[in-house]
Design a binder for this molecule. Structure first.
Ligand code: V47
Length: 448
């Protein structure tokens, strides 16, 4: 195993501001606390112990230690807009209340003109990112999607387009009838989308990487291997991506841990290839643990950034299941403490993911704020419209201001940093902004 920087010199207790020694009340946590202090990888059994312990606070304190070691007192937000171009979907996932069938009451699809207008409005309001996802529309041609990207790029060239889950990318490969080789077909689709203006992939559609859960809750959707292939293809093309985990429905905690382990093993391979490209001799299968400050792990890369050829997973976003109006609405959904613990466990298990995002729309801003003290370093952005889930509102207008996000972060004792999609800091004066450091390859991965 290699660490991206020398393991931090802190002891397991030094980051536990509120609770003294994190492992104090449950002896089962002692060996985990030692591993965390030394920047060593936690096992699947450790993950199970973090979920099983009644001592939630120590789990949270350990996650906070890691989060502070990686990000100090910084917490990120962005000025963005989400856009859901259509809710018409060929799939019928039981957890989803968003989808409609073509022609059904409430089904919609935005025209390219509407999307262009929305992008122009986002840019005029100072957004740096537009985050676009939709259902698997049975009739829209592939051209609709490339045209959408071109229209946005023409009217808002500085807006970073983070768009389309892996599930949509596979759908595009099917409707555009790409070759016989599935993997090359995915890459061809991604190349077309990048040429039209795509900047990165969001983390949606991962759900829980488990066949049992798949067959009961989202049968018909792509399975884990295909989701991972799309992200691998995107990384090979130089795109950064995110990953999600939809939890708190019919999956078990053990299945969540396996999901996290699958993600970190794929990130190991990606970072390992990146390190080899940079002349660092990692062996295949080596774990790469990130323990140091942000400037020392693989930084932002754009496809056109010449020598920076590979992308990677930037953030893990645990998404709590919201039962309302879905076919699983008889389930209670996760509790606040389970949400808090899951963010903490994700921070501890996904040691090679630079960022953990508490998506305030689904967590609520109140809980997302709390999560900044328990593993999360990012709360997403101003959002504006969000159709997929609604918590405590019947409207899809779900907007917050940069000021509200900054206040939430400051009140948690942290320093708000506005970022762009690639986690570069933004200097802002009203609706005018610029990236405050140029995109460049980061310092090399270090290992002892
Ligand atoms: O793929 C659907 C999930 C995802 C429900 O990459 C639900 O920065 C909870 O992926 N309850 C879309 N979750 C959202 C998403 C996302 C959000 C914020 C940031 C990023 C990022 C990605 O929402 C879907 C699905 O997994 N979802 N229905 C529900 N009832």
């Amino acid at each position: 195993m290699h660490t991206a920087t020398s393991p931090a010199r802190t002891s397991a207790t030094s980051g536990a501001r509120r609770h003294g020694t994190p492992a104090a009340s449950d002896p089962n946590l002692a060996s985990i606390a030692r591993k965390v202090a030394n920047g060593r990888r936690l096992s699947i059994e450790d993950g199970a112990a973090l979920y099983a312990t009644p001592d939630t606070w120590s789990v949270c304190a350990l996650a906070d230690l890691v989060r502070r070691r990686m990000h100090g007192d910084i917490a990120y937000y962005n000025v963005n807009r989400h856009l859901n171009y259509s809710n018409v979907c060929a799939l019928s996932c039981t957890f989803c209340s968003f989808y409609r069938k073509a022609g059904q009451d409430g089904a919609y699809e935005h025209s390219i003109d509407q999307i262009r207008e929305e992008a122009a409005a986002a840019a005029a309001a100072g957004a740096t990112e537009i985050h676009i996802v939709g259902g698997l529309h049975p009739h829209l041609p592939f051209d609709y999607y490339t045209e959408m990207l071109r229209a946005i790029t023409a009217v808002a060239p500085r807006l970073h387009i983070k768009a389309f889950t892996a599930v949509e990318i596979v759908h595009f490969a099917r409707i555009s009838k790409r070759g016989r080789d599935k993997y090359e077909g995915l890459k061809a689709v991604l190349r077309d989308l990048v040429a039209a203006g795509l900047g990165s992939l969001p983390g949606g559609g991962a759900e829980v990487f488990d066949d049992r859960v798949h067959d009961r809750a989202f049968k018909g959707k792509i399975r884990a291997g295909t989701w991972l292939d799309v992200h691998r293809a995107a990384h090979e093309l130089g795109l950064n991506t995110n990953a999600t985990m939809l939890y708190g429905h019919i999956e078990s905690r053990a299945e969540r841990i396996r999901h996290m382990d699958i993600l970190r093993r794929q990130q190991d391979r990606t970072l390992g290839e990146w390190a080899r490209d940079s002349g660092i001799g990692l062996q295949s299968g080596d774990a790469v643990v990130l323990t140091g400050p942000p400037e020392l792990y693989p930084g932002p890369r754009l496809p056109e950034a010449g020598r920076c050829r590979r992308g990677f997973f930037q953030a893990i976003i645990p998404l709590p299941f919201i039962p309302d109006d879905s076919s699983l609405q008889h389930l209670p959904g996760p509790t606040g403490l389970e949400n808090l613990r899951t963010i903490a466990v994700a921070r501890l298990m996904l040691d090679n993911f630079p960022h953990v995002k508490a998506f305030w729309i689904m967590q609520t801003l109140e809980l997302a704020q709390f999560m900044l003290l328990n593993g999360a370093d990012d709360i997403d952005g101003t959002v504006v419209w969000y159709d997929i889930t609604k918590v405590g509102t019947t409207s899809t207008h779900q907007e917050t201001t940069a000021w509200d996000l900054q206040r939430a972060i400051r009140e948690a004792g942290l320093r708000p940093v506005e970022r762009d999609t690639l986690y570069r800091p933004i200097d802002r004066d009203g609706n005018t902004w610029r990236v405050s450091t140029p995109a460049e390859c980061p310092a090399q991965l270090r290992h002892p």
